[in-house]
Design a protein around this ligand. Sequence first.
Ligand code: GLU
Length: 512
Amino acid sequence: MSNVRVRFAPSPTGALHIGGVRTALYNHLLARQMGGTFILRIEDTDQTRYVPGAEDYIKEALAWCGLTLDEGPEQGGDYGPYRQSDRKAIYQEHAQQLIANGKAYYAFDTPEELDARRETEKEAGNHNFRYDASTRGSMRNSESLTSAQVEQLLADKTPYTIRLKVPADEIVKITDLVRGEVQFQSKELDDKILLKTDGMPTYHLANIVDDHLMKITHVIRGEEWLPSTAHHVLLYRAFGWEATMPSFAHLPLILKPTGKGKLSKRDGVALGIPVFPLAWNGATEEESFTGFREFGFDPRAVVNFMALLGWNPGTEQELFSLDELVNAFSIEKIGKAGARFDFDKAKWFNQQYIMQSSDEELVAIVKPILAEKGISKDDAFLTVFVQLMKERVVVYSDFWDNGYYFFTEVQDYDEKNSRKKWKPENQGLFNELRGQLKTLETPDEATVEAAVKSFMEVNELGFGAVLPILRIGVTGTMQGPSIFAVMALLGMEEVDRRLEKAFTVFNSLKNG
Ligand code: GLU
């Protein structure tokens, strides 16, 4: 095993959006490529944003995508616990360490005092009050008060936060593996709270302490975290850990299907497309949404699609299995520009995976879809079904939506075409055809075809007069696989029943 150690560090604040899964994927790819370690760390220190069920959702989504973990709350490992709420004491110790070496300080300002100060500043025309090197001397903290005063306040159990003492004027530079050199000025940065009054760490403290203690070598995360990196570098410096600071790679934004603006969680519901891996059953309808899985996607297609949202192999190749991605992946080929979430492309990938799947695999996919409708069919029937439908489905749910008639009565007849094609005066002839078909015991596609063609010849009827009638009569629609194959699979009894019923429907449409 190499020393590459990467982590996916979601906060369990709700369902994991596609950008989050992509972050997990890229971390996973790097770990697997380098023979490293992929870690799941649950960043749940913000109790107010905690959503029950979110951690399970995250784990299920990773598992569905095939992203296996080496260390995590479930797997354990040498650097646990892996849930930040179980590491409180570690963060408190580390915050104290920074107090001791003068890199952080106690701040006793109450929320009311902070508000009042902000108001006074506003009145003086300063709308951006910042708690920093220029203002901390005029606030109530262990930098401005005497040590006797501080000791008294602590002895009185006065609530406090611990803040990072951001240097007045330093340049903070990082070499981001995606964005190149990025510079921040410390004078633009506030003295971030590291430990809150309730003793809980903020994201910044917990994240840095854990990345250090868990020996993380690469931090791969969304671009929205780039600004925080300045504080993170200062924290590494404050702890004296700069030499082992991880490398950073900030991933480009995922853009809306239009290419304009960041893809938001609400876009899924607004556009009727999934932007989450799995569905989420929220308390209200607005909080609920569908996922790629429920939409009928194969996880391999979703992984392939996500991999190319921001990364490119540098070749024309588009189809990649997870193993191929592991080989081909490189951080250098991650783009800086936002990646457009092209749902049609996602569907194209899915279609490719369906076409590549074996009949057995597709039968296994179709069975539970049918079981949900209370339908079960033998493998021989289902094998022919998937062969006939394979090239006509984009997502798995299409097997039912476009092929339900293989299993149950026709629900809708194509009215326009049946009106156009049905000639009541031909009903007698069609009834003769029914009789002829019924004499065929268990015909194959070719036998059905031969029987229909000889009927057409004898009665001098063209394809256009016969096939649409059979198609709509048996399946309700003009679309679909070879009608002779469908008829052969359904069997002649069923075909006869359906045609009899359809002719009645056609007549009433004609008269209606
Ligand atoms: N908890 C952060 C999140 O929810 C982690 C960001 C990071 O990877 O540092 O995305």
